[in-house]
Design a protein around this ligand. Structure first.
Ligand code: CLF
Ligand code: SF4
Length: 490
C-alpha cells in the first residue's frame, strides 16, 4: 500500500484547496497526470478537468451554473420551474435569474475565490438552446474574460440542431442532451406538449418531433467531435425498461457517456408527476438498471444539480455567491486557479498510481463477495471529512472485479456548532441502509454505536488516505488476508 501525503485540515479555518495551494508553493509541480487506461489521450485532454464527464476529475474540479436561460420550448411532466427552495438540489431550480452581464461578473467572482472551478455550465432553469441569445452572449463574454474555462451546456435537444455550428465555433466542447425515450408512444407519457415551428404540438406528434430533433442534434455533435452526454430520467413504469433501448440508440449515434438519473417527484413541487403520485425509482432499482447498461460508459456520480449550483459536485456553494455580494466592477485574477491546477496534476498522478495498485490488490483476492463502503470526502480523492460534517457519502462497491463508485447517499449535516440532533442521526442511519463499512476522518461514540446496531461498521482508521488505497486495504482485511487497521471497527 502506498503512503499518501497526509493533509490535515479544519473546515472552519482553511479549506482543503487552501492547503493544496500552500503545498503547491512549497513543493513545485510535476507533469500532468496521464490518461487512465480506458481513455485515449485526445479524449482525456477534454475530460480531465470536467467533473461530470470524468468521475476521476470530480474529486478535484468544480463546475458552476449560471441561470441565464429561463425560457423553455417543451413541458416535461417532472418539471415546474416556478418552484424554488434554496436548499433543494434538483435540476431546473434556481434562486436568482441572471442577465449575461450579471452572469459574467458572477463567474469572475467565483473564479477568483474557488480555485477548483474548471467548467461553466448553462443548465436552465429553462433550455439553453431555446433561450439562445442569452446563452450565446454569456458564453462569449465569459470566454473573453477567462479563456481557459471549459464551456458546457445542457439542453432538451429540440432547438439543438439550429445551434450546433455556433457551439463548435464558440468552443463549447461538452453538451448534455436529456433523452428519455426513443419511442414516441413512451414520449407521449412524459411530454404533454412542445413548441416547435411557431406552434404547439401535443401527444405522439410532439414526442416524434422531439425524438427526431434529439437524434439529429446528437449526430451533428458527434460529427463535430463535441463530447456529448445523454441524461435520462428513470421513471418507473413509464420508461425504465425502455432506457435499455435508449442506451443502445444514443451509443450508436456517438454519445460519449450515459447518465441515468432517478426521477425526483414530490407533491410540493407542483409537477404533473408530483401531483399524480408518480414515484421515483428506489436506489436499488436505479443501480440494477445502471448495472444492466454496464459495458457502455455510464455516469454514476451525478448530483442532479440546481441551475445555479457552484462548487465540487457534492458540495454546492451557490448560496455563498448571490448577486448582491458581487461588485459591479470586478477583474479576473488567474493566480489561484493556475496554482491549483498545477498542484492537482501532481496529486492526480500519485492518486492514480495508488488507485491502480489498490485495484490490482483487490482483483488478486480469492473471494467471491462484494463489500459496500460509504466514504466521507470533500474532494482530492481522500477520506477527509468528519462524519458529522458530511452532507453526503460516496458509495463504492468493492469486489474481485474491482473498485467501483456506485453513487452517493445524500444526508443532512449531523453536527451543527458542536452538537447533533437525534432525528438527524436517525435519518443518516436510514440513508446508510445496506452499507457494510463507513469511512470518515472522525466519528463520535453515539453515531458509531447506532450505526453498528444498523449493521454499519464505522471507522476513522483510514483518515486522510486515498479512497481506493483504504478500500483495497479494507477488502483484503475483510477477506482475512491482512489484519484490519487497529482502530478500524468499534
Ligand atoms: Fe453542468 Fe451538466 Fe455541464 Fe455538468 S451538471 S451542464 S454536464 S457542468 Fe453534472 Fe450536475 Fe449531473 Fe448535470 S452533476 S446534473 S451531469
Ligand atoms: Fe423543465 Fe428542462 Fe423539461 Fe424545459 S426541458 S420543461 S426546463 S426539465
Amino acid at each position: 500500500m502506498s503512503t499518501p501525503m497526509i493533509l490535515r485540515e479544519s473546515r472552519t479555518s482553511t479549506t482543503y484547496s487552501d492547503q493544496l495551494l500552500e503545498n503547491a508553493k512549497s513543493v513545485g509541480c510535476s507533469p500532468p497526470s496521464t490518461a487512465p487506461g480506458d481513455t485515449d489521450p485526445g479524449t482525456w485532454d477534454k475530460i480531465k478537468n470536467h467533473p461530470c464527464f470524468s468521475e476521476e476529475a470530480h474529486h478535484y474540479f468544480a463546475r458552476m451554473h449560471v441561470a441565464v436561460a429561463p425560457a423553455c420550448n417543451i413541458q416535461c411532466n417532472y418539471c415546474n420551474r416556478k418552484y424554488d427552495c434554496a436548499n433543494e438540489s434538483r435540476p431546473g431550480v434556481a434562486s436568482e435569474k441572471l442577465t449575461p452581464d450579471q452572469a459574467t461578473r458572477k463567474v469572475i467572482a467565483v473564479a477568483n475565490e474557488v480555485p477548483q472551478l474548471s467548467v461553466l455550465g448553462i443548465a436552465g432553469p429553462g433550455d439553453a438552446c431555446y433561450d439562445w441569445k442569452k446563452t450565446r452572449a454569456t458564453i462569449e463574454r465569459v470566454a473573453r474574460e477567462i479563456p481557459d474555462i471549459r464551456l458546457c451546456i445542457s439542453t432538451n435537444g429540440l432547438a439543438l440542431p439550429d445551434h450546433v455550428d455556433e457551439l463548435a465555433e464558440m468552443n463549447v466542447d461538452h453538451v448534455t442532451i436529456t433523452i428519455n425515450m426513443v419511442d414516441p408512444s413512451v414520449g407521449a407519457k412524459i411530454y404533454p406538449w412542445i413548441y416547435y415551428g411557431h406552434r404547439r404540438h401535443t401527444g405522439l406528434d410532439a414526442a416524434r418531433i422531439l425524438h427526431e430533433r434529439q437524434m439529429l442534434g446528437l449526430e451533428m455533435l458527434a460529427e463535430r467531435g463535441i463530447l456529448t452526454k445523454v441524461n435520462s430520467v428513470m421513471i418507473p413504469g413509464v420508461n425504465d425498461e425502455h432506457l435499455i433501448e435508449v442506451n443502445r440508440a444514443v451509443k450508436g449515434r456517438g454519445a460519449f457517456l450515459h447518465n441515468v438519473m432517478p426521477l425526483i417527484s414530490n407533491r410540493i413541487h407542483g409537477t404533473y408527476y408530483g401531483l399524480t403520485g408518480q414515484r421515483g425509482p428506489k436506489a436499488f432499482e436505479l443501480r440494477a438498471l445502471q448495472d444492466r447498461l454496464e459495458g457502455t460508459k455510464m455516469m454514476r456520480h451525478c448530483r442532479q444539480c440546481r441551475a445555479d449550483a457552484i462548487g465540487l459536485l457534492g458540495d454546492d456553494r451557490g448560496q455563498e455567491f448571490t448577486l448582491a455580494e458581487i461588485p459591479h466592477e470586478i477583474t479576473y485574477d488567474a493566480s489561484k486557479r493556475r496554482a491549483y491546477s498545477q498542484l492537482v496534476a501532481r496529486e492526480r498522478a500519485d492518486q492514480l498510481a495508488a488507485k491502480n495498485e489498490a485495484i490490482r490488490t483487490v482483483m488478486s483476492v480469492e473471494y467471491g463477495g462484494s463489500v459496500l463502503i460509504a466514504v466521507a470526502t470533500k474532494g482530492g480523492g481522500r477520506i477527509n471529512e468528519h462524519f458529522g460534517h458530511a452532507k453526503e457519502f460516496q458509495v463504492y462497491a468493492v469486489s474481485q472485479s474491482g473498485i467501483k463508485l456506485t453513487g452517493h447517499r445524500r444526508v443532512e449535516q449531523y453536527c451543527l456548532g458542536g452538537w447533533g440532533e437525534d432525528a438527524t442521526l436517525d435519518h443518516i442511519v436510514n440513508a446508510l441502509e445496506g452499507i457494510d463499512i463507513l469511512l470518515c476522518v472522525k466519528i463520535g461514540d453515539r453515531p458509531r454505536k447506532l450505526l453498528i446496531q444498523a449493521g454499519v461498521r464505522a471507522t476513522d482508521a483510514y483518515a486522510h488516505e486515498y479512497i481506493e488505497t483504504a478500500l483495497g486495504a479494507l477488502y483484503t482485511a475483510e477477506c482475512g488476508i491482512e489484519p484490519l487497521a487497529a482502530t478500524a471497527t468499534a
